[in-house]
Design a protein around this ligand. Structure first.
Ligand SMILES: [Zn+2]
Length: 230
């Protein structure tokens, strides 16, 4: 199993590690700082350096329960070789900002989330909601929360604690990661947002760019799509 360093420190930009396995799509490493596609967030891109040779990583995702760094050509790569990972930080930081902003959006719109997507400078959530919220109001509240400079905290609860508090799960589309007995929780401020999440977040809400515009689309009687542009 790859040790996922980005879970505890999402600000790591480079890291030296060892190739533990080569699969047809790319490399499995002992440790990684690359986030694998999931929960609406794209997998990380970047490069690895082996013996002064740079190889592009075109994405990161789980394949057959292995965290794979996708490379075009695996010829010449060997197991147990030392590699240096370089993350495409500009893209990832943008995802972290957008991802964290969607937690703030959850606090403004207290309805179940049915889907979502995180992009570079753009993000959206779908809510199980009948009436369209006022987009100007959403814009103002979002930027207020960003300006308030709340801290983001990582903690965990047990499977049992989550079973006893099912309301903590906001996203119907993404199941909280179970299996280890502990579920990773993300908290913003004292009581802005608290929910299970395995993604990458910024440390302070002031790191998020101001929301430039909000678009709200009707996606069915009980489904409203809120799109944030930064
Ligand atoms: Zn999150």
């Amino acid at each position: 199993m790859t040790i996922e360093l980005f879970r505890n420190d999402s600000y790591l930009k480079e890291h030296k590690t060892i190739i533990s396995e080569i699969v047809s799509e790319g490399l499995v490493l002992n440790e990684t700082i690359f986030y694998p596609e999931g929960g609406g967030q794209p997998g990380d891109e970047g490069s690895i350096v082996i013996d002064n040779q740079m190889i592009e990583i075109n994405g990161t995702r789980y394949i057959d329960n292995k965290l794979v760094h996708l490379v075009k050509n695996i010829d010449g790569l060997k197991k147990n070789e030392e590699v240096k990972l370089n993350l495409n930080w500009i893209k990832r930081y943008s995802y972290m900002q957008v991802h964290t902003s969607l937690h703030l959006l959850c606090s403004i719109i207290p309805y179940p989330v049915t889907g979502g997507s995180i992009g570079d400078g753009r993000g959206r959530l779908d809510f199980d909601l009948e009436t369209k919220p006022d987009k100007e109001e959403v814009l103002i509240k979002m930027n207020e929360l960003i300006n308030e400079d709340y801290s983001i905290y990582i903690s965990s609860i047990t499977d049992k604690e989550l079973d006893e508090n099912p309301d903590l799960v906001r996203t119907m589309a993404v199941k909280p990661p179970r299996g280890s007995g502990l579920i990773r929780m993300i908290k913003i401020g004292d009581n802005i947002d608290f929910q299970p999440c395995g993604g990458t977040h910024v440390n302070k809400t002031s790191e998020i760019k101001h929301v430039k515009s909000v678009k709200i689309e009707n996606k069915g009687k009980m489904n409203k799509r809120i799109i944030l542009n930064f």
